[in-house]
Design a protein around this ligand. Structure first.
Ligand SMILES: Nc1ncnc2c1ncn2[C@@H]1O[C@H](COP(=O)(O)OP(=O)(O)OP(=O)(O)O)[C@@H](O)[C@H]1O
Ligand SMILES: [Mg+2]
Length: 243
């Protein structure tokens, strides 16, 4: 557990205010309100098609909402051009997906260094930071392996290294253990936990009830609506006791 969070409210890193997203006739997200604060780690759970990935994509600014306000690190994204939004995303948010999204034929060291392409660092520095990130996820011995030479769990650890190599404050993960056996999945969750303890704010979509139950906060979504947010009760309590 993270006792420091139960004592104080940190600054919001993501704020959704009455956010909806429609695709044609489909209301994928309806009137969502959510605040994620620095240092939190939470799960988003719900049935297939309930809007979890839509919500994560909106939180990650990969999709603009149809209505409502999204703020990232205090910036309302409506006020930003696509270019400014890409820059904000590049420095603030790392993404991890179920299917790893690693290009074939690219060694781990280069795949992770590519996560820094938009930071303006010279290649040597990108490779140095890439090696450090791969060591951090326990893959110092697999720097030159291509995806087909890595296990599923190792591929996901490369993807996590790529997501965090630029040290973004926020990591968004869409079913990061969905393609893994339970042991590799547990290792990936341990790694996310370590990153969170070191300060990264983490949002994880999961179908796994045990994973959801093990995290400090759970947001349940159904038919595009948030039906339960365990963080709300906690924050209300904190307001009442005045800490
Ligand atoms: N790009 C899109 N175009 C049209 N409809 C979409 C698009 N993306 C999602 N949808 C629809 O929006 C709804 C929510 O989809 P979403 O992908 O957010 O669900 P999910 O909760 O992530 O499901 P799963 O657990 O299966 O990944 C679904 O009905 C889906 O068909
Ligand atoms: Mg999904």
């Amino acid at each position: 557990m993270r006792p420091e969070l139960s004592r104080q409210l940190t600054a919001p890193v993501v704020e959704l205010e009455d956010v909806s997203k429609t695709y044609g006739e489909v209301a994928a997200l309806v009137g969502a309100g959510l605040v994620v604060r620095r240092g939190e780690m939470l799960s988003i759970v719900g049935p297939s098609g309930s809007g979890k990935s839509t919500m994560l994509n909106v939180m990650g600014t990969l999709a603009r909402p149809s209505t409502g306000t999204v703020r990232i690190d205090g910036h309302a994204i409506d006020d930003l051009s696509d270019r400014q939004l890409s820059a904000l995303r590049a420095r603030t948010i790392g993404f991890v997906f179920q299917a790893f999204h690693l290009a074939g034929g690219v060694p781990a060291l280069d795949a992770v260094a590519d996560g820094l392409l938009y930071c303006g660092l010279p290649r040597g520095e990108r490779l140095r930071l890439s090696e450090r990130a791969l060591r951090r996820v326990g893959l110092g011995h697999r720097l030159y392996n291509e995806p087909h030479q890595l296990s599923g769990g190792e591929k996901q650890r490369v993807a996590i290294a790529r997501a965090v190599v630029g040290d973004p404050p926020l990591l968004l993960a869409d079913e990061p253990t969905g393609a893994l056996d339970s042991r590799s999945g547990a290792m990936v969750m341990e790694l996310l936990d370590e990153l969170n303890l070191a300060g990264t704010t983490i949002v994880v979509i999961t179908h796994d009830r045990d994973i959801a139950a093990s995290l400090p906060r759970e947001v349940r979504i159904r038919d595009g609506r948030i039906e339960c947010d365990s963080g709300l009760a906690e924050h209300a309590d904190m307001g009442r006791v005045g800490v």
